[in-house]
Design a protein around this ligand. Sequence first.
Ligand code: VTB
Length: 335
Amino acid sequence: MSDDTPGSAGGFGDGHPVVSATDFLRVTEQAALASARWVGQGDRHSADGAAVDAMRREFGAMPIRGEVVIGEGEKDEAPELYVGEVLGTGGMPCEIAVDPLEGTDLVARGDAGAIAVCVIGAPGGVMAAPDMYMQKLCVGAQAKGRVDITAPISDTLDTVARCYDRSIRDLSVIVLDRPRHEAMIEEIRGLGARIKLIPDGDITASMSAAVRGTGDHVYMGIGGSTEGVITAAALECLGGEIQARMWPKDDAQRERLKEYGLGDTAQVLTGRDLAPNPMYVLATGVTDGYLLKGVRYFSDGARTHSIVMDLRSRTVRFVDAIHMFSRTPLREIRL
Ligand code: VTB
């Protein structure tokens, strides 16, 4: 399991053999394979449950001592992958942040952009954010260090456009399609930028904005805070940037934030705050999206498409995998 490849930083294992990024691939692949069976069935809970079960099973078999810091909820809310649950057979100490199925409704409807995703961090490497709304601004490497979430949207788009050496009308901004974003959407439209309104899935959207060639340049708006932490880890691996602010909806959430030392809601959180020491981020497509293809089944197997982001060996791999379901050889392997 140890990885002595050139470029690997080492030092994460705390004396235990270091489990490599690709060893974790089974976790998101199996979650995707399980939940994709529910595509279009109109049953978000079963789709999510299938992903959660598969992810927990796969983590459970790994030589790690992995503590869930972002999971399905608190211990009294979630029987599996709850915050504080320790997974694995023992070994490499790490922190785990999961969204077993990002886009449960997308799967229920058979819509595009659902993924299974997890982050593996060094101990203390991932923020245990309370689950509530978070305002986010995500950009790719071109605009990293140049944007400011507290600035007017016109300034942000102007800056990003200049970073890409183009005009605002040549930018594509991804926004979650929610009533709370109406004013922001009108403002972006008024500035002339193009918008992609998405029904769900802002982790994928943020990654898409950070990968050159997708045609997307900015993700902005208010989404889930736990998704924000996972996004921060992914953007760290992709060379992009997230800025964020917690967005409590009532006094109870404001109190909760104080318990986490996040009482100042004006505070701008950066990748360094949200994911100070991520090691690996893995995602597998469940339904087709901007970055990843969804699961495709055939008579005796299935095909998955994943991204494995590895800060230890400083690699980003796209993995196209064929899974054989029976012991008899596949009738054919396609390119
Ligand atoms: C977003 C989106 C997620 O939650 O974070 C969203 O990316 C925020 O919550 O896929 P609302 O649905 O309340 O707007 C998800 O949709 C997951 O539930």
